[in-house]
Design a protein around this ligand. Structure first.
Ligand code: EPZ
Length: 422
């Protein structure tokens, strides 16, 4: 397996452009299976989860043609309802979006269980609750999810017990072509939920309220497509570079982003003494800091709260800030596995239930560490950039699942990351 060798003490300076959002793209690609026609999507991140989505689309009978690595034309005219095997679906989390898409178009779906990062239990009971509320019968056996509907699905109201991005997306997908009106209450409001709704409406759907906690989907006969769409910039990728700029005491301008989506991250960084400047038209943000940040108290929450997908990255900044900080995980059962790796680098972190108590140290020290998931890997890259000495990062396949050309882009800002094949 390949590893990254990261030389430390390299303050990041310069400009970096943000790619399309992974968590929007992995919802929008399955959504193309709803369309009896063609569509063109650009600003797609060139990452392995996207390739996996396309593999499943082709299995279903779609024609997938990459015009460039970041632009694709998909023709789903001849998509059929086929079983999607576990060995394809277990490779990533978003594979379960094909259940909602196939249910909506064909009234049935047979899809293997999803994979995804290990943050403790990640049930899908809210997804199933949504499908059943629309009239489906759902059985889980042998690693497969079987959804059927004898008399077809019908719009209805679903109240989510927990704010769930995946369930909100899956229920939205399942309702698009279903007669009647479906409302999702206590819905997630992340930017990628809005992006999916915008994509579907561009293709002929009738969805209102995305971005609020009540989403209303009025079923339509069919989606004709014959339109194009550009994926929203990635809030978490932008946030990752913001934290890297602050932690390395550099000066980075992040372009092709939506600063509004970054508000929860910017607010916390300013509290900790980081300098932030946003462009007039809200698509660029400059982040700089030439001194050690002060402590922070952060709790991750669904959008517009501080994103859970920024939790490992901000833990690195808190680890080298002044004073004692508290970082509480408010979304998942357990998302602190990566702190064991940071402690190897000299971080002083004590986990108490869902809260990490972090005593800031002057600097971390490079050593051999392993990424346990996508965002943990990004955090360990930031730690290696800030640390004294050299860091060897294993498990980089996790990172490259979600960040396109991550080493090259950090190196363009002055980092010294070398990819080495073991
Ligand atoms: C999505 O995961 C993202 N993945 C995650 O990003 C992100 O961390 C998460 O949303 C929260 O923003 C993709 O979009 C592919 P949830 P998802 O359903 O949909 C509980 C990354 O790094 N829950 O919003 O799985 C669940 O256990 C990844 O890009 C239920 O109880 O997250 C969790 O505690 C990591 N029942 C909470 O809700 C359900 O049926 C939020 O989960 C569904 C979820």
């Amino acid at each position: 397996m390949d590893k990254f060798i990261i030389k430390g003490n390299t303050p990041l300076r310069g400009t970096v452009s943000i790619n399309g959002a992974k968590n929007a793209a992995v919802a929008i690609l399955p959504a193309t299976a709803l369309i009896k026609g063609k569509c063109r999507i650009d600003n797609i991140p060139n990452i392995s989860d996207i390739k996996r989505c396309c593999e499943i689309l082709e299995l279903l009978g779609a024609k997938v043609n990459f015009i460039t690595p970041n632009e694709v034309e998909i023709d789903s005219t001849n998509v059929e309802e086929k079983e999607i095997p576990l060995d394809l679906t277990k490779k990533f989390r978003a594979s379960y979006y094909f259940i909602g898409a196939l249910l909506s178009r064909f009234g049935k779906a047979s899809v293997g269980f999803p994979g995804g990062c290990n943050f403790g239990s990640r049930p899908i009971d809210q997804h199933i609750k949504g499908f059943e509320t629309l009239g489906a019968t759902v059985n889980c056996e042998g690693g497969m999810i079987y959804a059927t509907s004898e008399n077809g699905l019908e719009g209805n109201s679903v109240y989510l017990d927990v704010v769930s991005v995946g369930a909100t997306i899956n229920i939205m997908l399942s309702a698009v072509l279903v007669p009647g009106v479906t409302t999702i209450e206590n819905a997630a409001k992340e930017p990628h939920i809005v992006d999916l709704a915008n994509f579907l409406n561009t293709m002929g759907a009738n969805i209102k309220g995305a971005g609020t906690d009540i989403i209303k989907i009025t079923g339509v006969e069919e989606l004709r497509g014959n339109a194009s769409y550009s994926i929203v910039p990635d809030q978490i990728e932008a946030g990752t570079f913001m934290i890297a700029a602050a932690a390395s005491r550099g000066d980075v301008t992040i372009t092709n982003c939506i600063t509004k989506h970054l508000d929860p991250i910017s607010a916390k960084l300013v509290e900790m003494g980081v300098n932030i400047e946003e462009s007039e038209d809200g698509d660029e943000i400059r982040v700089w800091s030439d001194e050690r940040t002060t402590k922070g108290n952060i709790k991750t929450l669904p959008y517009p709260g501080f994103p859970t997908d920024m939790q490992p990255q901000v833990a690195v900044l808190l680890s080298v800030s002044q004073g004692t900080s508290y970082l509480t995980e408010g979304v998942f059962d357990s998302r602190f596995q990566y702190t064991e790796e940071l402690k190897k680098m000299g971080a002083k972190i004590r986990i108490e239930g869902k809260t990490a108590c972090i005593e800031g140290v002057e600097t971390l020290n490079g050593c051999q560490v392993t990424a346990t998931d996508l965002r943990a890997g990004a955090a360990l890259i930031i730690a290696g950039i800030c640390a004294d000495g050299e860091t060897e990062l294993y498990g980089i396949e996790h990172v490259e699942r979600g960040y396109e050309k991550i080493a090259e882009r950090f190196n363009s800002l002055g980092a010294k990351i070398e990819r080495v094949s073991e």
